[in-house]
Ligand binder design. Structure first.
Ligand code: C6P
Length: 409
């Protein structure tokens, strides 16, 4: 394991104050904080190597291209992909899913088909399919969620039949924290001939993720939740599938030949899916974030979160009127504690905590259908990452008692 106080020193923002109090940042599921090395890697790029990639013959452009393309190898190792050709740069998880819907989905799906999602999806794994459904007329099904916040696997046999061409589901729920049984779900989907897309937004930053071991066909995740910069993400797909898929955006860099008379042909993977000048500094920042996480070891990151979540679930359950959403067992969930507090609106909880320098998220967390399932419009969520400590959980508990004293009848 690593030394958390020493690690915290590497995150400049954790030394800051909010409302005159030391910052306690418990909102890493929304976006993580960035270590100095990530921030400096991006600064270094702008100070020393800024140039467009793939375009210039000059030294700076070659330097920028090497740094930018080198990150693909780091991503390959991080998720155990087979080749850099499978690593598509995007803006975020949302763009990855829209890419899948608008390329594979648009080319494949007909009104005779079905797409299966689940009742615990983030809006970014619901809305792209709904938009496409309106245009193509396929059936959009979902696996229901149990009272305990897990997928209702008993419902799977009636939902997962040969009409289903894609099962797209979240690995770790951003609200419930539930870790879904990916390998088993992939096996069942493949048995009926469906492909599988995993929303890895909340898993890749927090635990080892090996796409070959999971057996999935596509994976999307965001850099900003894993110590990297915003505006950057990864869409991974099996090479033979990507090869067959049409491009997403058209423009510079994604073509082989463009002719006004003959039309255009596409670049080889992965560039077929990457049009226009990309986010170069952000790619380099993600590379530094992957180095940082790899040095810590993703097993250690996961272990730290299990220990902290165990501590948090015990401490929080002492708060009267608290009701948790999702599994209670920290081994079955990611590092989140999502709850409602009797008599206090989640927004009032968050505002009261903010006055004490504590950042959590309140609202529907871009998962409205899930909140509807539990009959609530909103919840409060504390989310933990590799830099959080038990003393911050203690402060959260004190803060919640204050909110109760202020608002509860
Ligand atoms: N969830 C949260 O506070 P983007 O915005 O594209 O980087 O990630 C979208 C996304 C997709 N799937 C899951 C499971 C997610 O948690 C998120 C982002 C943040 O929960 C911001 S809404």
């Amino acid at each position: 394991m690593y030394d958390t106080p020493a690690l915290r020193e590497q995150f400049p923002i954790l030394q800051t104050t909010v409302q005159g109090k030391p910052l306690i940042y418990l909102d890493s599921a929304a976006t993580s904080q960035k270590p100095r090395e990530v921030i400096e890697s991006m600064n270094r790029y702008y100070y020393e190597s800024n140039a467009n990639v793939h375009r210039g013959i000059h030294t700076l452009s070659e330097r920028a291209t090497q740094a930018y393309e080198g990150v693909r190898k780091k991503v390959v190792r991080f998720i155990n992909a087979s080749s850099v050709r499978e690593i598509i740069y995007t803006r975020n998880t949302t763009e990855g899913i829209n890419l899948l819907a608008n390329t594979w989905g648009r080319a494949t799906l007909t009104s005779k088909d079905a797409v299966l999602i689940t009742g615990m999806e983030h809006h970014s794994n619901i809305v792209p399919w709904q938009i496409l459904q309106q245009q193509l007329g396929f059936e959009l099904r979902h696996v229901p969620v149990t009272d305990g916040g897990e997928l209702d696997l008993d419902a799977l046999p009636r939902l997962l039949d040969s009409k289903v061409k894609l099962f797209s589901f979240v690995h770790v729920s951003n609200v419930l924290g539930t870790i879904n049984p990916v390998e088993m779900l992939v096996r069942q989907a493949h048995e009926v001939g469906a492909l599988v897309h995993i929303d890895g937004a909340q898993s890749v930053p927090h635990m080892p993720v090996d796409v070959q071991a999971l057996g999935c066909d596509f994976l999307s995740f965001s850099s900003h939740k894993m110590c990297g910069p915003t505006g950057f993400g990864i869409f991974w797909g099996r090479r033979e599938l990507l090869q067959e898929m049409p491009p997403f955006f058209g423009g510079g860099d994604m073509i082989s030949v463009v002719s006004l008379e003959q039309g255009s042909t596409w670049a080889e993977l992965p560039h077929k899916f990457e049009a226009g000048t990309p986010s170069i500094a952000e790619a380099i920042g993600l590379g530094a974030a992957i180095d940082f996480l790899s040095e810590l070891g993703m097993d250690n990151v996961r272990q730290h979160e299990i220990e902290l979540t165990t501590y948090a679930m015990e401490a929080l359950s002492e708060v009267p009127g608290i009701r948790f959403l999702g599994p209670l067992d920290p081994h079955k969930k990611g590092g989140v504690a999502t709850f409602t507090l009797e008599g206090v609106h989640p927004h009032d909880i968050a505002a009261t905590l903010d006055e004490q320098g504590i950042a959590i998220r309140a609202g529907h967390h871009c998962a409205q259908p899930l909140h509807e399932r539990f009959g609530i419009p909103a919840s409060a969520r504390a989310s933990f990452y590799l830099y959080n400590e038990p003393s911050e959980v203690d402060a959260l508990v004190v803060g919640l008692r204050k909110a109760q004293a202020l608002y509860a009848l």
